[in-house]
Write a protein that binds this ligand. Structure first.
Ligand code: R5P
Length: 291
């Protein structure tokens, strides 16, 4: 087995390699003056069972870098190539829900296949049906193990797990079951892209401690609006757990000035800066076990 990493999340790649008990292989990745990416493996990978670790956020650069790493590995006669994509970007564009738009997640799947992957390892896909875009095996891992452990340690009484939108309901239901907590749902509308509006809270939250569950926190509008509405509805402590911390645009300011007690995220994407309200739990062991 040979483990290599792109440049998107070196800290997580190191943690995965450490948890697996093997050093990362040597690969040179650099940008030419015009921005194009150059990849060269610095050791023989002929016949290797190769794992390439690369999160795909921000989207454009990191996807291309991953594709070049796969292409170079295939041309260097690796025997089997597994893409380890802790955060699978473009997963929110997984269907043609308007005229004249792309199904970007399908295009990413096609490009991975064309480049030459034999297997994919990823975590908490925004839409699990994306697995069907591949004809190679996909191991879909869940961050819930590390979150559930974290929440159990906090020992929160009188807990209700809340899905901030209907898309997160399935995930929230499995947390509620695991934590033996109640379940509630927020009816969220998006008047425009990247804007989230709470319409209604379905379920009992008054006097309860809350755990909001989502796969992605991007601009943090979904979470912070949900938290505000929950507090107005009488919720006490409000925690949130989200696997993929994109934290773009106004996310940090929104979280820091929100009524959230704590936001727990994983290390599938490196934090842009530390924040008192944000805690990171590692999913490295989950990936190492799957490798
Ligand atoms: C959408 O369906 C996802 O599960 C997240 O709720 C969403 O991407 C979060 O975006 P934002 O943080 O910008 O509201």
């Amino acid at each position: 087995i040979a483990l290599f990493a792109g440049r998107s999340n070196p800290a997580l790649a190191r943690r995965i390699a450490e948890a697996y008990g093997q050093e990362l292989g040597q690969v040179t990745i650099k940008n030419f003056s015009d921005g194009e990416i150059y990849v060269r493996y610095e050791e023989s990978i002929r016949g290797a069972d190769l794992f390439i670790i690369q999160s795909t956020h921000p989207g454009a650069e990191n996807w291309i870098e991953l594709l070049l790493m796969i292409d170079a590995a295939r041309r260097a006669s690796a025997a089997r190539i597994t893409a380890v994509i802790p955060y699978f970007g473009y997963a929110r564009q997984e269907r043609k829900d308007q005229p004249r738009v792309s199904i970007a997640a399908k295009l990413m799947a096609n490009m991975l296949t064309t480049a030459g992957i034999d297997r994919l390892l990823t975590m908490d896909l925004h839409a699990p049906q994306i697995q069907g875009f591949f004809d190679v095996p996909v191991d879909h891992l869940y961050g819930s193990a590390v979150f559930a452990e974290y929440v159990q340690r906090l020992n929160i009484q009188n807990l209700v797990v809340v899905a901030p939108d209907v898309g997160a309901l399935k995930m929230a239901r499995s947390y509620a079951k695991r934590l033996q907590a109640d379940l509630a749902l927020i009816d969220k509308r998006r008047p425009r892209q990247n804007e989230a509006e709470v319409v209604n809270i379905i379920g009992e939250v008054k006097g309860k401690n809350v755990l909001l569950i989502d796969d992605i926190v991007d601009t943090a509008g979904t979470l912070t609006n949900a938290a505000k509405a929950l507090r107005e509805a009488g919720a006490r402590e409000i925690y949130a757990a989200c696997t993929h911390a994109l934290l773009s645009g106004p996310a940090y300011e929104r979280i820091e000035s929100s009524v959230l007690t704590k936001l727990v995220v994983t290390d599938t994407i490196p934090l842009k800066r530390p924040s008192e309200k944000i805690e990171v739990v590692s999913v490295a062991e989950i990936f190492a076990d799957a490798i």
